[in-house]
Design a protein around this ligand. Structure first.
Ligand code: C2E
Ligand code: CA
Ligand code: CA
Ligand code: CA
Length: 273
């Protein structure tokens, strides 16, 4: 039995080894990806729930790995954060998305996700302003999506950066709303322009009275604070109808369109493709 245990222990160590090697390999591959054009930005529409018109696109990163195929951002964004490469990635998405959106009709905005770590070195504001001036996109057409994790970063700097971005005219969205902790005080203390209700609530809308209660409360709260309220993960018509009837402003989800390459978007009047 002892030998057996030693054996399984060795097997465990071997598999730990394999996992470490695998991760190492992925890190190496990712360095290549950053410099080698394997990263792509895809775009998913946010539509006005009353009119059905596209008002915004969210930029979503994709990694086209030569052997593994599409690696999801849930895997490589944390990897980039760990490797200290998130600033570089974040800059890439910002410049790419602003350049693309500059060719769209004026009324369509672009939303870009920002990692909490991008707030750490104090360069976010200058990077964003640089992306705007390089692309010629006006600040009013850019929205940055942040999560509560950003607001948990202690110190006054984060708050100051967010206020400066907002003062420039940039929109600030609170993403994944409802999944964290003290959102209510955050809502009052930061200059948000939009709340995005997390897709977990939409997924459970049909069978959970609690999810519907949260959705209704968030919509009411957002409205009374004068914010746009968006819901993500809308896949079915009754979800859209429910959210629209409750007064939710914008919807995002497979029902309206999956994330796609810029050239596949049917944007009327778009300049670039
Ligand atoms: P997120 O910001 O909450 O983005 C929404 C996710 O929901 C996206 O996953 C989108 O493809 C997916 N989604 C949209 N509609 C539906 C639907 O109807 N049903 C379902 N089941 N899913 C839907 P994606 O593209 O895999 O991105 C995952 C996460 O990775 C994002 O979550 C975001 O946190 C992160 N991410 C993506 N791009 C970037 C980026 O450029 N920078 C940073 N820092 N994070 C990013
Ligand atoms: Ca987002
Ligand atoms: Ca989200
Ligand atoms: Ca999310």
């Amino acid at each position: 039995a002892k030998a057996e245990r030693r054996g399984s222990c060795r097997a465990f160590e071997a598999s730990m080894d394999e996992a470490a090697q695998e991760k190492n390999q992925l890190e190496q591959d990712f360095r290549v990806a950053i410099s080698g054009g394997e990263l792509e930005v895809h775009y998913q529409p946010l539509v006005n729930l009353s009119t059905g018109e596209v008002e915004c696109y969210e930029a979503l990163l994709r990694w086209n790995h030569p052997r593994r195929g599409l690696v999801p951002p849930d895997v490589f964004v944390p990897l980039a954060e760990e490797m200290g490469a998130i600033d570089q990635i974040g800059r890439f998405v910002l410049f790419e998305a602003c350049k693309e959106a500059a060719g769209w009709p004026e009324h369509i905005k672009i939303a870009v996700n920002v990692s909490p770590l991008q707030f750490r070195n104090g360069k976010l504001l200058s990077t964003v302003i640089n992306a705007l001036s390089t692309s010629g996109l006006s600040a009013e057409r850019l929205e940055l999506e942040i999560t509560e994790a950003v607001l948990m970063e202690k110190g006054p700097r984060t708050a100051a950066i967010i206020r400066n971005l907002r003062a420039f005219g940039i929109g600030i969205s609170l993403d994944d709303f409802g999944t964290g902790y003290s959102s209510l005080s955050y809502l009052l203390n930061y200059p948000f322009t939009k709340i995005k209700i997390d897709k977990a609530f939409i997924l459970n809308l049909h069978r959970e009275a609690n999810s519907r209660a949260v959705i209704r409360a968030v919509i009411g709260l957002g409205k009374s604070l004068g914010l746009t309220v968006a819901a993500e993960g809308i896949e079915r018509e009754f979800e859209r109808d429910y959210l629209r009837d409750e007064g939710c402003t914008q919807g995002q989800g497979y029902l309206f369109g999956k994330p796609g390459h810029a050239r596949t978007l049917a944007i009327s009047g778009a300049g670039t493709a």
